[in-house]
Design a protein around this ligand. Structure first.
Ligand code: SF4
Length: 588
């Protein structure tokens, strides 16, 4: 049965080579996932120390419904971001959520630094730190092949996390690869793992979980299962996937093209969901516990001239990666996009940040702000082979230019110039150019992510141009999403898991008290996260929206700067008040 009294957390200290299970907090206080990670960071995190401080924790947290309902498949990573120095969250699926549940933990917290490059192995019966110095420098895909040999065939829900050269070298947007096709992508979790000399983490879900009894639970599970598999609710994610958005967004003039110099391009047909499905789609796969299967895997076929032979590789794709390695770089053939995605994957880079950073570099190169002395390869929109070389330089931080670019596009623009056309909204932008509310909410949002608060949706659906209406929408949408990321649900299921449905699910697994208080607690967690962000240095007056975003034209016409500035100002006020309303956070 689920323990309503306390979370079970495994605390690993790499410096001491020790670990111990601890009881911490409770679902009735923190819910789980986002709330659990924030609560643990409040206790273990060092607010005023840098992200690579040995004692900064890396926290992987699941929620009370993990493994008990469909699509409760995600894990929240809480950490201090090397990208902006602030408390951050990143979310990933794969097999990790179920592996943690079956290993018997609600969270895994890692602190300290290993003596040599290491792999941490965590199971229900054994915990070990293995020296893998011979893997240091290896790319993500080859590292995965080696790590798979470390666990036996009967390891249950085994999950394998690893970093590539970018994480080892401290690229501020290095990602953590989870089970090959999922990622803790944004804000640099990979660099924190690298600073801990952790090349890999294997979680063995080798324990067992008591089956929940009761007709109410079984009936509810069946209802949810049928809703996600037999109604239109999740159909688009399984069919063409999120890349279905590319064509209609392009029609709306809302796709960033060539460093956001345009929002529409006739050549979109080379990179639509339809084109990928017809030419490259090999199979679809899913996170553990998800019957939808939205992960689209394409087949990349490449001829190597020297050996005169073909190589075949499997690369996953989605709307955001295809925007970053496609439209943003002017690459309009699906195979070219997969080629770049595979290279970014190998290096262990967040593909969204990497694509947007290279788009800025291309425009800077075209304007003569940087030359090939800096970029080492002549960059031009659409040139896949040159971009492939540049991705390697970015992962390896080959020279000063790639070192700065590896700190983020804004850092590079600060050094070389070109800040006006840096497509940075708190971090490198996501693949929507829908207008004022999206630009403002991405810039000042908690994770600087389109998924924080759905500003893109307000731009497309709402008529009101009152900033108070937009901000009320953003704050409530963020709370609703926090509620889901506490559970930890895939956000694609946000329409399936309404507030009432979530309460029913909690009650059916024996968490009736929690079901009644989930809305109030989600507000607390929302406030707590903002409080941590402020305590770790968030200062909205240091952030601005670059000029390029004022020059955008969408289906609605030009950007209304007065409206955008007003949403930005009111939103900043609203989140400051939220942070002030949070209960005081203790720091160790
Ligand atoms: S819908 Fe996709 S991302 Fe979400 S849990 Fe299922 S497979 Fe994973």
């Amino acid at each position: 049965m689920i323990n309503e009294e306390a979370f079970r957390v495994l605390v690993v200290n790499l410096t001491e080579g020790k670990s111990e299970p601890a009881l911490f907090g409770s679902p009735s206080e923190l819910l789980g996932g986002s709330g659990l990670a924030a609560g643990l960071f409040a206790l273990y995190g060092i607010m005023d120390a840098p992200a690579d401080h040995p004692d900064q924790p890396l926290i992987f947290a699941i929620g009370p419904l993990t493994a008990y309902f469909p699509l409760m498949s995600k894990v929240v990573l809480g950490f201090k971001s090397p990208y902006n120095g602030q408390y951050a969250e990143s979310h990933a699926g794969g097999r990790l959520g179920l592996a943690l549940r079956f290993a018997g933990y609600d969270a895994l917290l890692i602190k300290g630094v290993a003596r040599t490059p290491s792999c941490l192995i965590v199971g229900s019966r054994n915990i070990g730190i293995r020296d893998v110095h011979y893997l240091w420098g290896l790319d993500v895909l080859n590292t995965g092949k080696h790590l798979r040999r470390f666990s036996g065939k009967d390891s249950g829900h085994r999950s394998i996390l690893r970093i590539g050269p970018a994480g080892e070298r401290g690229v501020a947007f290095a990602s953590i690869n989870v089970d090959t096709y999922r990622h803790f992508g944004r804000l640099g979790g990979g660099a924190v793992m690298g600073a801990k000399r952790l090349k890999g983490i294997i979680v063995l879900g080798d324990g067992s979980l008591p089956l929940l009894g009761g007709k109410a639970y079984r009936d509810l599970y069946k209802t949810v299962y049928q809703e996600v598999t037999q109604t239109p609710a999740m159909k688009k994610y399984h069919d063409l996937g999120t890349l279905e958005n590319m064509l209609p967004l392009n029609e709306l003039h809302a796709v960033p093209w060539r460093n956001l110099q345009a929002t529409h391009d006739e050549n979109v047909h080379g990179i639509t969901g339809q084109r990928f499905a017809e030419e490259l789609l090999l199979r679809k796969t899913a996170c553990s516990g998800c019957p939808v299967g939205c992960i689209h895997v394409g087949l990349l076929r490449e001829k190597f001239a020297e050996q005169n032979e073909f190589q075949y590789r499997q690369v996953s794709y989605d709307h955001e990666p295809v925007f970053a390695a496609g439209s943003m770089l002017g690459v309009t053939n699906a195979g070219g996009v997969l080629t770049l995605l595979e290279e970014m994957e190998r290096q262990g880079l967040d593909v969204m940040s990497a694509g947007v950073a290279l788009a800025w570099a291309t425009e800077a190169f075209g304007r003569g702000i940087v030359t090939d002395k800096e970029t080492l390869v002549p960059l031009s929109f659409g040139d896949v082979e040159k971009y492939r070389e540049a991705v390697r330089h970015l992962g390896l931080r080959t020279n000063d230019f790639y070192h700065f670019l590896g700190q983020g596009t804004a850092a590079a623009a600060n050094h070389y110039g070109g800040g006006d056309f840096a497509c940075v909204l708190g971090q490198e932008m996501a693949g929507y150019a829908t207008g004022e509310v999206f630009f403002a909410s991405h810039t000042y949002g908690f994770r600087h992510s389109h998924l924080d608060n759905a500003g893109y949706s307000y731009d497309q659906k709402a008529d009101s141009k009152k900033s108070e209406d937009a901000v009320a929408f953003l704050i409530e949408e963020e709370r609703r999403r926090v509620q889901l990321t506490c559970m930890v649900s895939c956000l694609f299921a946000r329409n399936v898991y309404s507030e009432e449905r979530l309460q029913e699910c909690l009650a059916s697994v024996g968490l009736s008290r929690l079901a009644q208080s989930v809305v109030a607690r989600s507000k607390d967690v929302q406030a707590k996260r903002w409080q941590l962000k402020y305590l770790t240095g968030y200062n909205p007056s240091n952030i601005s929206i670059p000029k390029r975003f004022e020059e955008v034209t969408t289906w609605k016409g030009g950007i209304d700067k007065v409206f955008m500035d007003s949403v930005a100002a009111d939103y900043q006020n609203a989140v400051r008040k939220l942070a002030e309303s949070g209960q005081s956070v203790q720091s160790s």
